[in-house]
Design a protein around this ligand. Structure first.
Ligand SMILES: [Zn+2]
Length: 260
């Protein structure tokens, strides 16, 4: 996992360097500056009337700066790891249940189920929290079925999602705490070492702090420093690099402050 992330980051760095290099080269040509350059293309052109040509590219393909494809996966299909669920976007069908739920083999207060891919990423992330920072994380809640959500929902939309509208029903979400239980499912979790580590590092493992403190008007939920949603490393890295903190804003969706 870490090697994959490192490779992806390296690829991004290389792509960026290539793009910068290409732009700098074009700038030099346009200004005909006398900046020192290590490339022969910067030497005075003896035949200026000839149209500028790219360097020989018989073997080198054109430089393509990779752009993120926001339509690569569905944001509507409940089986998609990019699914966006909020108070305007219920699961469809409302009683959707993932087909690949597994028991997540981590410390927990409530037997955690998640989809296989999300579970694997949790295991890797929890191990990294321990090896990198000496922290012990635990699951407080993961998959919740439609039926469970019916039982949990007490009619208060500010506290609990309505059945069919909960991210926990996707099998991609976990409420994470410290094994010590300190500040579990409480706002003060954000100030614990575990909360800080998760906030800063979850993206590396494909997870998103889904309900940030400054985005309640967008997400429709109060700050939940414990609630993490699996979206895959590709998307989490793109959001991290571009500074987006909500799925609604990244995908250009309407804010969902309340049920319709
Ligand atoms: Zn949650």
């Amino acid at each position: 996992m870490r090697r994959t992330i490192a490779a992806a980051v390296l690829a991004g760095v290389i792509a960026g360097a290539i793009a910068i290099g290409a732009a700098a080269g074009a700038d030099r040509d346009a200004q005909a500056s006398n900046e020192p350059s290590g490339t022969p293309t910067a030497t005075p052109d003896p035949t200026p009337s000839e149209p500028a040509r790219p360097s020989p590219d018989v073997t080198a393909p054109p430089v393509l700066v990779p752009s993120f494809d926001k339509s690569a996966r569905s944001i509507d299909d409940p089986n998609s790891i990019w699914l966006v669920v909020n108070k305007l976007r219920p699961l469809n069908p409302a009683d959707y249940a993932p087909a690949d739920l597994v028991t997540v083999p981590v410390a927990h207060t409530w037997d955690p189920l998640m989809r296989q891919e999300a579970s694997d990423a949790i295991v890797t992330m929890f191990a990294a929290a321990t090896s990198e920072a000496g922290l012990s994380l635990a699951s407080n809640s993961a998959y919740r079925s439609y039926t469970t959500q019916v039982e949990l929902y007490a009619g208060d939309d500010n506290l609990t999602a309505r059945p069919g509208y909960s991210e926990h029903q996707t099998g991609l979400t976990m409420d994470i705490g410290a094994t010590s239980g300190v500040c579990s499912l409480a706002t003060c979790f954000t100030d614990t070492a575990e909360g800080v580590w998760l906030r800063d590092n979850a993206w590396r493992f494909g997870y998103l702090l889904r309900y940030p403190a400054d985005k309640t008007a967008v997400t429709g939920y109060d700050f939940e420093p414990w609630h993490f949603r699996y979206i895959g490393v590709e998307l989490s890295t793109e959001m991290h690099n571009t500074g987006f903190t909500t799925l609604e804003e990244f995908f250009g969706l309407p804010a969902a402050p309340a049920y319709p």
